[in-house]
Design a protein around this ligand. Structure first.
Ligand code: PXL
Length: 279
């Protein structure tokens, strides 16, 4: 069985980061080993959340795993809480990156042009340096522009603006830079990516569901990771992630009892398994 390492926080209520990565990656038939970076009572879109920093545990976990000789087929990182955590994650990459595994980074730190609570532009720059060690990076439009230190073009950025961001992200050094949450030319909503080796753009989208939701970037990145581990190509895995994320949003949109802090990805797990089997 393939093994994924996921490094991000546990938000006890909030349907994001590890409470999304673990069920999705497990449902896709992969072992998901975790490095919890912090325990929060909720994600940071709530007020008065608690935050227990677990940075001091990260180095000893890494050292133990190194001693045990554990190997990972993918390393997938999401929300990181501080510059020090970014430095430690860089050490994880140096320790566990091999020729035959893949590093996937979702630089989760902003939405709608706004950094999440506790972050600043300096943190965004540090995150951009870490992206240079990744094979595939999955920022949204806000994260891409903040990491690049350029003006936020808005959620309705034009295709030319998105392409410009992608070419600049490519200079960080990943094999694929992918921007999520893009309004495509055909009126669809999805992702646009750039393959830095083939020097080619690609994109895919679905009809937009008219709803703002939290944690969708985490659902997308977790699904992408699981699909890639199921031997799908980068493009196929991104497409599966886009289709599943949209299904989770649509389910939430149609559910009168839905919560507003996350999406109903749980209800769509059977669809995810179908997507994996039929792709
Ligand atoms: O969904 C991204 C995310 C992850 N972790 C924490 C967050 C957020 C978004 O707000 O606050 C703690």
């Amino acid at each position: 069985m393939k093994r994924v390492m996921s490094i991000q926080d546990i938000s006890c209520v909030g349907k994001c980061s590890l409470t999304v990565a673990l069920p999705i990656i497990s449902a896709m038939g992969m072992e998901c080993s975790i490095v919890p970076t912090a325990v929060l009572s909720t994600h940071t879109q709530f007020s008065d959340f608690t935050f227990r920093d677990l940075t001091d545990d990260m180095e000893p976990i890494k050292e133990h795993w190194k001693k045990e000789g554990f190997k990972f087929d993918a390393i997938y990182t999401g929300y990181l809480g501080s510059k020090r955590q970014i430095d430690i994650v860089a050490d994880y990459f140096d320790t566990f990156k091999k020729d035959d595994n893949v590093i996937i980074m979702d630089p989760a730190m902003a939405d709608n042009g706004q950094l999440y609570a506790g972050f600043d532009e300096v943190f965004a720059k540090e995150m951009s340096k870490l992206c240079g060690k990744a094979d595939i990076i999955l920022p949204n439009i806000s994260e891409a522009s903040l990491m690049l230190g350029v003006k936020y073009p808005g959620e309705d950025a034009s295709i030319d603006e998105v392409k410009d961001l992608l070419l600049k992200l490519a200079k960080f050094g990943p094999k694929h830079a992918v921007i999520t949450g893009v309004e495509l030319e055909d009126g669809k909503f999805g992702f646009m990516g750039y393959d830095t080796e083939k020097e080619e753009f690609y994109s895919y989208g679905n009809e937009k569901v008219d709803m703002k939701s939290h944690g969708t970037g985490d659902v997308f990145a977790s699904t992408f990771t699981g699909a890639l581990m199921n031997d799908k190509s980068v493009y196929e895995a991104l497409k599966i992630a886009a289709d599943f994320t949209r299904a989770a949003i649509l389910n939430t949109y149609n559910d009168p009892d839905s919560v507003d802090y996350g999406v109903n990805f749980e209800k769509e797990i059977p669809f995810l398994v179908d997507l994996i089997e039929s792709t």
